[in-house]
Design a protein around this ligand. Structure first.
Ligand code: SAH
Ligand code: SF4
Length: 352
């Protein structure tokens, strides 16, 4: 009985992958099938798609984790405001600029400013930081949560290029249960505002949240497509000991890889990072992701003394992107899988 079922699944898998490669459109049932039974055929179809649409170069984006202070209380995250077991920090504006200059010196084209929702950094401060970083002739990505339309607009006017805001999950009741005092529709609105203001728009999901279904993960992928996201980051959920989800015990690496690969099949030309969370769950997880649809890596260039304090989840194996030898090692690994490091700005629409 099992074998028989397996055979049927195997045939369907070939058919669905072929359809995805030809049309870049799948319905929900077909995506569910990929996520349930996806194997090497899924990963190699995603890798082939990445090669065809994005080429062999890997974009490095330098990550600056500029504050771990957050007014939100997301159930999964170590930075949630109810976590009193964490030493909080925020970088001074000078420290942020010091990191950006270092990134420029090391040859990065993009810096990513990521942080908690920290009211200290009001629109005026952020716009000043944006203007200073843009003077260094860097591409700038922002990622610090939900703001109103006018604030996003001010960031754009000041020169920011991209904004990352994961939807986390499109399952509304799951979203509600994990995000006290937050509103799913508002998050969706933020993403459409970001898109309409002309930012390259990044979103993504956490994979393996308690009570999350395969159906809802398929819906997440359909959401990325509907939004026409320019970047999608898929991260396995990793339980943090000082959160209400501390005792969830599951390794979500394989499922995350499937969601990522299926996303590549359906949004062939977007930028997809091999996430730090994937590396944390599996040695060389980042390289596996690069060979299953990803084309971006985000090395961490935050000042060393702050790094460990940005503990959204435990044992974060972020790549020391400010260390010359670590970067050389990374470069070697990338060459070893037949890829190169990009010298371009890495926008979604750039020609190969
Ligand atoms: N505060 C901003 C950005 C910083 S958090 C925001 O929330 O948008 C960046 C990402 O970390 C979140 O989008 C979330 O998907 C991820 N994250 C938080 N806790 C995590 C955990 N326990 N495991 C894996 N990823 C996590
Ligand atoms: Fe704050 Fe982002 Fe963590 Fe939520 S996920 S608590 S918004 S840092």
């Amino acid at each position: 009985m099992r074998v028989f079922y397996g055979n049927i699944a195997a045939q369907d898998m070939e058919k669905i992958i072929k359809k995805a490669l030809n049309t870049r459109i799948l319905d929900k049932e077909e995506i569910i099938h990929l996520l349930s039974f996806g194997d090497n055929r899924l990963y190699s179809a995603a890798d082939k798609t990445r090669k065809e649409f994005k080429g062999n170069s890997v974009h490095l984006r330098a990550l600056i984790e500029f504050t771990n202070i957050c007014q939100r209380n997301c159930f999964y995250c170590g930075l949630r405001c109810d976590n009193k077991n964490i030493e909080r920090y925020r970088l001074s504006i000078n420290e942020i600029l010091e990191c950006a200059k270092k990134a420029k010196e090391l040859g990065y084209k993009t810096v990513v400013l990521q942080g908690g929702e920290d009211a200290f950094f009001d629109a005026e401060k952020i716009c000043n930081i944006i203007k200073e970083i843009k003077k260094l002739d860097l591409i700038l990505t922002l990622s610090f949560g939900e703001k109103d339309y006018d604030e996003y607009k001010a960031y754009k006017k000041a020169g920011a290029d991209r904004y990352l805001l994961r939807i986390e999950t499109t399952d509304k009741s799951l979203y509600k249960s994990l995000h006290p005092n937050m509103n799913f529709d508002n998050r969706v609105n933020c993403l459409y505002n970001i898109k309409s203001l002309g930012f390259e728009t990044g979103t993504g999901s956490l994979v393996g949240l308690p009570n999350q279904t395969i159906e809802s993960l398929a819906e997440d992928i359909l959401f990325f497509k509907k939004l026409d996201a320019d970047m999608v980051g898929i991260g396995p959920f990793i339980p943090h000991p000082d959160t209400p989800l501390a005792y969830v015990n599951k390794n979500n690496f394989d499922l995350s890889l499937k969601v990522m690969a299926a996303t590549r099949l359906l949004l062939p030309d977007i930028n997809i990072p091999a996430t730090t969370a994937m590396e944390t769950l599996k040695k060389e997880g980042r390289i596996i992701a690069l060979e299953s649809g990803a084309n971006v890596i985000m090395p961490n260039i935050t000042i060393e003394k702050y790094k460990a304090k940005y503990a959204i989840y435990p044992n974060k194996t972020s790549l020391n992107g400010a260390n010359y030898n670590t970067l050389l090692d990374l470069q070697k690994k990338i060459y070893n899988i037949g890829r190169t490091i990009s010298k371009s700005n890495g926008f979604r629409n750039e020609t190969l």
